[in-house]
Design a protein around this ligand. Structure first.
Ligand SMILES: NC(=O)c1ccc[n+]([C@@H]2O[C@H](COP(=O)([O-])OP(=O)(O)OC[C@H]3O[C@@H](n4cnc5c(N)ncnc54)[C@H](O)[C@@H]3O)[C@@H](O)[C@H]2O)c1
Length: 256
């Protein structure tokens, strides 16, 4: 309890899956959680549940694909709370596709949300973090950035770009006490994963379970607790790092 007491934290893609688990875990640790999601209806329902449990959370409609929408979210935060302490860039869309068949429109759509959305949110939050000489930015990447999978070129490229952006900014802003880290989840059971199970069926389930040395999917809470650590002062000397929460998927791969 209170590991994040009154830390003003923006979580994008907070209505569901990993972003929701991060929001719930942050709130339980005393953070003021600004839950930003394009699905405002679900996000508002989830924020109300958190508040009902006695914690601090508010839902804001936010499309990370649009600069004005991101600015509105951050401006709300600054007007109401005076600062942003923690930013979790979690919102993403999942589009697979063979590079030979993938349209340029799909590529641009994915990059605009999964990669440029991260640029927008960081750009909007940095002035507050710089003036306070304090901040933790946590980017949710993916095991896909570390290994090769067929047909996931765009998604994996965006996540790889996010890891490089994290390294660049960690170097640039370290002396201002602003930390940048990524978390690379493996296969985690969320609505996004359920969508893949629908399209890829048992092959995806078996492949994901078998390749991770721990032989199972991860739970959103397992990613969320890692994000709590990176947001908290317990990780005060950790920056530019990538924490893999993947049951061994990328570091102990089991070859089939
Ligand atoms: N689930 C997995 O197995 C897995 C594995 C590795 C990495 N990840 C990453 O973890 C993060 C969360 O994944 P998840 O599985 O919880 O996804 P999810 O699809 O369950 O949830 C994503 C959330 O993002 C929101 N969102 C989508 N577009 C948005 C936009 N333009 N602006 C604001 N919000 C938007 C959605 O409404 C949704 O609430 C993503 O970055 C994903 O790439 C997931």
């Amino acid at each position: 309890m209170d590991r994040l007491k009154n830390k003003v934290s923006i979580v994008t893609g907070a209505a569901d899956g990993i972003g929701l688990a991060i929001s719930q875990s942050f709130a339980k640790e005393g953070a003021i959680v600004v839950m930003a999601d394009i699905n405002n209806e679900k996000c508002s329902r989830e924020a109300k549940k958190i508040v009902k449990e006695g914690h601090q959370a508010v839902a804001l409609a936010c499309d990370v694909g649009k600069m004005n929408s991101v600015n509105q979210t951050v401006d709300y935060c600054l007007d109401k709370y005076g600062r942003v302490d923690v930013l979790v860039n979690n919102a993403a869309v999942s589009i697979s596709g063979n590079i030979m068949e993938m349209s340029e429109e799909d590529w641009d759509y994915l990059m605009n949300i999964n990669l440029k959305g991260v640029f927008r949110c960081i750009k909007a939050c940095l002035p507050s973090m710089i003036s306070n000489r304090n901040g933790s930015v946590i980017n949710i990447a993916s095991g896909q950035a570390h290994r090769s999978w067929n047909d996931w070129t765009a998604y994996a490229t965006a996540k790889g770009g996010m890891i490089s952006m994290t390294t660049q900014l960690a170097g640039q802003f370290g002396d201002m006490n602003i930390r940048f880290n990524t978390i690379s989840p493996g296969a985690i059971l969320t609505p996004m994963a359920e969508e893949r199970i629908k399209t890829e069926g048992e092959d995806y389930v078996k492949g994901s379970e078998f390749q991770a040395s721990m032989l199972r999917f991860g739970e959103p809470i397992e990613v969320a607790l890692t994000a709590v650590f990176l947001a908290s002062d317990e990780s005060s000397f950790i920056t530019g790092d990538d924490l893999k929460v993947d049951g061994g998927l990328t570091s102990l791969p089991r070859y089939m």
